[in-house]
Design a protein around this ligand. Structure first.
Ligand code: HEC
Length: 123
């Protein structure tokens, strides 16, 4: 073998290794995780403009009812519960309904985002 063909073989092997590392193409489960990450990212943008002035950054509002960083959800902690509160608001409080102010996808996104701020151990 000449030096040149050795280098060539080495290069071909390197290409194979790189190809194997990138294989297999992303699985379906990964796709679902990514969709969720996208939803939360979009929710974070909505949160900054529409919610943060009351609920503060990362949901660390000083009053309990407005705090998302603890693990207490007065109105329920399922995605549907939170979406309902965000859409309809809480009567008699400053929490207004957003169903006429936000698109349904944005309500879903921002709800996923605030749920994600919840930390079970922090009170
Ligand atoms: C004008 C201030 C204000 C704004 C803006 C606001 N909120 Fe609220 N929010 C409140 C108050 C006050 C409460 C507490 C209601 C209560 O006493 O139950 C609350 C409660 C909530 C709850 C219920 C929490 C629980 O423990 O169940 C959720 C969820 C919520 N807000 C989400 C949002 C989202 C998402 C946005 C932005 C789209 C938003 N809020 C914007 C004032 C606000």
């Amino acid at each position: 073998m000449t030096k040149f063909s050795l280098i060539l073989t080495g290069f071909a092997l390197l290409c194979l290794v790189l190809l194997a590392a990138a294989w297999p193409p992303e699985s379906k489960a990964q796709g679902a995780d990514e969709a969720k990450a996208d939803l939360i990212k979009r929710g974070g943008q909505v949160y900054k403009t529409r919610c943060q002035l009351c609920h503060l950054a990362e949901g660390k509002a000083p009053t309990k009812n407005m705090r998302f960083s603890d693990d207490e959800w007065r109105h329920g902690n399922k995605p549907e519960d939170v979406e309902k509160v965000v859409a309809a608001g809480v009567k008699g409080t400053a929490m207004m309904g957003f169903k006429n102010r936000l698109k349904p996808e944005d309500i879903k996104a921002v709800s996923a985002y605030v749920l994600g701020l919840s930390q079970p151990q922090a009170k």
